[in-house]
Design a protein around this ligand. Structure first.
Ligand SMILES: Nc1ncnc2c1ncn2[C@@H]1O[C@H](COP(=O)(O)OP(=O)(O)OP(=O)(O)O)[C@@H](O)[C@H]1O
Length: 472
């Protein structure tokens, strides 16, 4: 703040350039000490209240023993406090889950806030370019709440004004390494606020054995594995089409077979028909009995079966037209799931142009018109490039298992999926750790979810086929 003075008043002023005609005198406003003290005290109080509100257990663990010591001396304090750890240990033995939820993870969240996130926040933000150091001051995104669940830390962040989600998405590697986590995922909660998820361990690192066959016949979302947060992975198949992409050995078979397994009671009850196209002659031939007459292996047979499905779909559309807009599976009109293993064998790699054209046309017709009349497609393929799978965008739900290249992730899951943490190209090629692990992006949510399909062994498949064979 400068006040301009006429030159003739300059004689009373101290100036570094004494012979200048115009000098400037800064107008100094002195803030009364009491105002500064009140502001600092207010900030301290707000910080204390916020810390107690966010971490009551951690603060209690520190404050209560200190206060007791101060009031009654350490011997009495020890006597008073001793039952607490004993009680906690007993609680942990009796109900580990609730003890971890109410005490353990809250303490862990406080610990990680102080010793991981707050400690490394400034250097990580500045070095990654998410914060700025201007004229001696740091402008940093605000670190919010840290919570811990069984496998990951979630950290809320207030972005700097003017930052975009992409600025953060481009730096997930910096963030993961900066905070010592194997990966980082980003989710937008509202304008300017993000939630960063840093896994502490991989809950999907061990294979999941085949899930029990459901007790009731259902075509609704079927349970085929587990999500990263431990909840069941429910795959919707009625009213959608699903595309599964993964390199060789990524575990595409486990998604197909887990889905068929979950549909077994509905198959037995006649509410579902599974039509199988097995051009590789390896995967689906194992359970031929499950498919009855609806099984095809040669390209010619596959084209015929697909055209048969189109015919069935059109016949239903003609019957339902003007009567109903969606399909509920019944014994008369069961849900038809067309399962295609390695669809590129029938489209991109097919030498016979006429067969290729017939298959592509039938698949495009089924995927554009099938869902309202109870015909769904579950297709698997290794190479997700557009020239290999021209109709990949016609599948509303997509699953990316282990992929060879990072660019393939967005080809499968849509733009920005990898930036948001769908690191399908980093899934372990070791079958024990990575087969069946993938990312799902559903029609209804932009955020990819990490999942693992249960592994249905050859013995399980034989048992399933035998059951259905007997029932038929
Ligand atoms: N969900 C799973 N959990 C654990 N291991 C699995 C799982 N799925 C598959 N595997 C293991 O990985 C191997 C390869 O699986 P699978 O044949 O299903 O892969 P794929 O993607 O179909 O490969 P390809 O395209 O070459 O047929 C299996 O033999 C099995 O040992």
């Amino acid at each position: 703040m400068f006040r301009r003075l006429p030159g003739d008043e300059a004689r009373n002023l101290v100036s570094t350039t004494p012979d200048t005609a115009v000098v400037f005198r800064p107008a100094v406003v002195t803030t009364p000490a009491i105002v500064t003290i009140v502001i600092l005290a207010g900030r301290l109080l707000a910080g204390l209240v916020r810390t107690v509100w966010r971490h009551p257990i951690a603060i209690g663990v520190l404050v209560v023993p200190s206060v007791l010591c101060w009031l009654y001396g350490w011997q009495t304090a020890l006597l008073l406090i001793a039952p607490l750890p004993t009680g906690l240990a007993a609680w942990a033995v009796v109900d580990r889950g609730s003890c971890a939820r109410w005490v353990g993870r809250r303490l862990l969240a406080w610990w990680r806030l102080i010793f991981v996130y707050r400690r490394h926040w400034q250097p990580v933000m500045i070095v990654s370019g998410l914060g700025r150091h201007l004229r001696g001051r740091d402008y940093l995104p605000r670190l919010g709440k840290v919570t811990c669940n069984a496998w990951a830390d979630t950290v809320t962040v207030r972005m700097l004004d003017g930052q975009a989600v992409k600025d953060w998405a481009d730096r997930i590697d910096h963030l993961a390494h900066g905070f010592g986590a194997p990966s980082c995922r980003i989710q937008v909660i509202k304008a300017g606020r993000l939630v960063l998820t840093f896994p502490r361990r991989d809950p999907l690192a061990t294979p999941i054995p085949a899930l029990p066959v459901p007790a009731v016949a259902t075509v609704g979302p079927v349970e085929i594995g587990r999500q990263e947060d431990g909840s069941p992975w429910l795959l919707k198949i009625l009213g959608t089409h699903v595309l599964v992409a993964g390199a060789t050995g990524a575990g595409k078979g486990s998604i197909i077979w887990s889905t068929i397994r979950a549909l077994l009671p509905a198959l037995r009850a006649g509410l579902v028909e599974i039509w199988a196209l097995d051009p590789k002659l390896m995967e689906l031939s194992f359970g031929r009995a499950l498919f009855g007459p609806h099984y095809a292996a040669t390209p010619e047979e596959c084209a015929n079966l697909l055209e048969q499905a189109v015919k069935k779909m059109q016949e239903r559309a003609a019957r339902f037209g003007g009567v109903q807009r969606s399909h509920t599976p019944t014994v008369e009109d069961p849900f038809v799931l067309v399962v295609v293993d390695e669809v590129a064998f029938l489209t991109a790699y097919q030498a016979d142009k006429d067969l290729k054209r017939r298959v592509s046309a039938a698949l495009a017709t089924l995927t554009t018109q099938g869902r309202a009349v109870g015909v769904g497609v579950l297709a698997a393929l290794q190479d997700p490039r557009k020239e290999v799978m021209t109709i990949r965008n016609l599948f509303p739900d997509k699953i990316a298992l282990r992929l060879d290249e990072s660019e393939q992730v967005d080809m499968v899951l849509g733009d920005g999926a990898r930036d948001r943490g769908a690191l399908a190209d980093r899934i372990s090629p070791n079958p024990g750790k990575g087969a069946g692990v993938g990312y799902v992006r559903l029609e209804t949510s932009p955020d990819p979810v990490r999942v693992r399909a249960a592994y249905v062994s050859d013995t399980d498949i034989r048992a399933m086929a035998a059951q259905i064979g007997e029932a038929r």
